[in-house]
Ligand binder design. Structure first.
Ligand code: COI
Length: 363
């Protein structure tokens, strides 16, 4: 029994930034550095269902220190973007795909799944409330961060009976601080990210926390990102710290690790597969061994590699280093097909090209 009113009630933030102050921040937003004026909150409790949905001033949450999510990690999140359209309007990219993934993540973490229609209503409402925060310019967008935490209080280890769903928004530019150049990867041999039967395919906070020690090792070795191998054989390339990976071969085909349950089913990953197949290219969703990657890069069979995700968009991979690996991809510069696919995707997202797959949700 859900009791949400549509449209969600809106309370204007009394501390909303004035236009000129906001415009200064929008000139160089970084990634996730600034947050917009409002947020959406919706509560769940067993028996009452989803209730009390509203758009309110963004403000700190008050939580009892014994709140279950703080102890046992029932937290899931999403990431999606709203873009400024050439006519000044706004559009979200594939919010239905994020809504579906959020539902599945909730099921995996034994949380109350948020109905997909409510997810869509919430992200649309926040973009509408804070649409002046969508930055302009190449690569700039409003990043939406829906998340859900268990709010029941107590130390019993069980799925909570109460949840808070919340959506935040942040104006963003490039995810990597160096801008859109090729990144350096570190092969994580000490740590893995997810094991079969685990939570690798869910977008839950724990997966990201689990990747930080490896990420720190990569940073200490001068790298931007980590590449994880499978947890069983320590042989197959899985994904990076927060993004999927693609390989481009000299015969023009592409390959990306399959959705085996241990990697995140990326919305950008799915979109790029669709775009590449639409161009008549062969895309294999098949395992690729780390040693094979090195051999193919050295022989020239592998021409390009790139990372992709909502935050990273399409980011070329320049070099790969690890205890047993050290190689460059092509000349180490962004590859031709990588840039072409990125151009096709972002042209749709920014409304510069037709939207043949109906991905854009105009607001
Ligand atoms: C995204 O691409 O939206 C993500 O969730 C990655 C995150 C590490 C910023």
């Amino acid at each position: 029994m859900n009791t949400i009113t549509s449209p969600l009630p809106f309370e204007q933030s009394p501390t909303a930034l004035a236009g000129p102050e906001r415009d200064v921040l929008l000139k160089d937003p970084g990634f996730g550095r600034y947050l917009t004026d409002h947020m959406v909150t919706i509560r769940y409790s067993k028996g009452a269902g989803w209730h009390d949905g509203k758009v309110v001033a963004r403000a700190p949450l008050t939580l009892d220190p014994a709140t279950m999510s703080l102890h046992y990690g029932q937290e899931i999140f999403e990431g999606l973007k709203a873009y400024r359209m050439p006519d000044g309007g706004a559009a979200l990219f594939r919010p239905d795909a994020n809504a579906a993934r959020f539902y599945k993540s909730a099921e995996r973490l034994a949380m109350a799944p948020l109905p997909e229609a409510l997810f869509l209503e919430s992200v649309r409402a926040l973009v509408k409330a804070d649409r002046d925060w969508i930055p302009e310019g190449e690569g700039a967008a409003m990043y939406l961060r829906p998340f859900m935490i268990a709010t029941e209080v107590g130390f019993v280890t069980k799925p909570a009976a109460e949840y808070l769903y919340c959506v935040l928004a942040s104006p963003v530019g490039s995810y990597f601080s160096g801008g859109p150049k090729a990144v350096k990867l570190w092969v994580s041999e000490t740590y893995t990210r997810a094991a079969p039967g685990g939570t690798g395919a869910a977008k839950c906070a724990g997966n990201y926390a689990a990747s930080y020690a490896a990420q720190a090792e990569g940073s200490a070795n001068g790298c931007d990102q980590v590449v994880f191998l499978d947890a069983v054989e320590r042989r197959w390339v899985e994904e990076l710290g927060g993004m999927n990976v693609f390989f481009v071969f000299d015969d023009g085909t592409l390959q990306t690790p399959p959705l085996s349950g241990t990697i995140l089913p990326g919305v950008t990953r799915d979109s790029l597969i669709t775009l590449a197949r639409g161009m008549g290219l062969t895309v294999r969703e098949e395992p690729y061994a780390m040693d094979q990657w090195q051999a193919d890069a050295k022989s020239g069979r592998l021409r390009e590699a790139f990372a992709c995700g909502t935050a990273a968009v399409v980011t070329p991979i320049g070099t790969v280093t690890g205890k047993q690996h050290d190689f460059a991809i092509g000349t180490g510069a962004p590859g031709e097909l990588t840039l072409r696919l990125k151009g096709m995707l972002t042209d749709i997202q920014f409304g510069r090209a037709p939207d043949p797959y109906g991905w854009m949700d105009r607001l």
